[in-house]
Write a protein that binds this ligand. Structure first.
Ligand SMILES: [Zn+2]
Ligand SMILES: [Zn+2]
Length: 387
């Protein structure tokens, strides 16, 4: 179907009626299929997808299902396209949209809440009370790309303007896919209170969010920033991103090391990104009395937690979901100012057509893969033609 006449398009960016999209069948099974190009509604734009970063949560969804929720249930065999860390170019404007222009490069936040529930009204749209309600009689307009609605492993996607972040020309497509990861780290620090200048922070787990958590904490002025992990090569990247100290937990006890580095006091904040079974208990031993812990990773099992220690020491624990409170805009501002080099965590690039191989690199950490990005070669061809 061609775009409705109320949608603004441009001859510079011809939009086909169908596109290639990766579709999830049974667990672990993706096939490349033709799908209609969606058209943007009010307050939405159509984004031509130029690059998508693969996230550990994509692997969770593709192999196990949750936290994706399609039509109220598992995402399998429903024609669902995963992928949520993407950037691209605005190619069509929904009715009334003048906030963005055709041809503008944008990176995309994952969650557009319903906009009408209590949490959305508070800016906590990643905790929307109408999560997953976007179909049939329960359609509240909620969107979470690649979680509750189609995501970015395809050529075009519609997005609410509230989820878009302008991308500066000095930022590569690959780097722009990392804005939402930095935004998640920024949201964690926002929830912990935000003003971490001069305060001590431990980040546990040098995955993408942990590594950019180090970078954001340092850019916000935290001192010292301590990173713990099991792999020296990742800890080394953490140093380049601003960690004052790194601790390899295979070589020394992280709680003792943190205490030693803080004159026995412990730190003010722990950002937990490891999902290790004993992570909460260790974090509770690393923070000082009255300190705060942010949980940004989740283990599969339900590990025992020493609650008495938390209570006796007035320790606060926050769970964060995604990239709320427009934290992504603040993260992008740091990246635009080159306050840290997020591309240090980007290790591999594949063509979108080679998504299964790209997913294998991310899953098995082939060649020490951290962030693997897939690019839409049709977009690149269009770009060359336009120049
Ligand atoms: Zn992600
Ligand atoms: Zn909501």
């Amino acid at each position: 179907m061609p775009m409705p006449t109320s949608v603004k398009t441009s001859s510079d960016y011809p939009i086909p009626e169908t596109m290639q999209a990766w579709v999830l069948g049974d667990p672990g099974q993706l096939t490349l299929e033709d799908k209609p190009v969606p058209s943007p509604a009010r307050a939405e734009v159509l984004v031509r997808i130029d690059a998508v970063a693969i996230c550990a949560t994509d692997l969770e969804i593709i192999h196990h299902g949750p936290p994706a929720q399609i039509k109220g249930g598992q995402p399998f065999n429903k024609g669902f396209t995963p992928g949520h860390e993407y950037m691209g170019t605005v190619v069509a404007l929904g009715p009334g949209v003048d906030e963005y222009a055709i041809g503008e490069r944008v990176t995309v936040e994952i969650h557009a809440g319903c906009g009408q529930c209590k949490r959305c009204r508070q800016g906590m749209y990643t905790s929307c009370h109408n999560y997953g309600k976007n179909y049939g009689d329960v359609d509240k307009g909620h969107r979470a790309n690649g979680f509750t609605t189609d995501g970015g492993f395809c050529e075009y996607q519609v997005n609410n303007i509230n989820t878009l972040v302008h991308v500066d020309d000095t930022m590569s497509d690959e780097e722009a896919t990392l804005v939402v990861t930095a935004g998640t780290a920024m949201y964690g620090l926002t929830e912990l209170g935000g003003l971490v200048a001069g305060e001590s922070v431990v980040v546990t787990g040098p995955g993408p969010i942990g590594l950019l958590g180090v970078a954001v904490a340092k850019a916000l002025g935290a001192q010292p920033v301590i990173l713990t992990g099991t792999r020296d090569n990742r800890l080394e990247i953490g140093r380049k991103l601003g960690a004052d100290h790194v601790i390899n937990v295979r070589k020394e006890d992280p709680v003792e090391a943190v205490r030693r580095l803080t004159e026995g006091k412990g730190v003010d904040y722990v950002v937990e990104c490891s999902a290790a079974a004993n992570a909460v208990n260790e974090a509770a031993q690393m923070v000082n009395r009255g300190g705060k812990i942010c949980l940004a990773a989740f283990p599969h099992e339900a590990p025992p937690v020493d609650i008495a220690h938390l209570v006796r020491n007035n320790i606060y624990i926050y769970g964060i979901r995604g990239e709320g409170k427009t934290a992504t805009h603040r993260a992008e501002a740091f990246m635009r100012q080159k306050r840290f080099d997020a591309t240090l965590i980007h290790t591999h690039t594949f063509d979108m057509e080679d998504l299964p191989e790209a997913l294998r690199y991310a899953k098995d950490r082939v060649e020490d893969a951290i962030k693997v990005v897939v690019k839409n070669k049709h977009a690149q061809q269009q770009q060359v033609a336009a120049e």
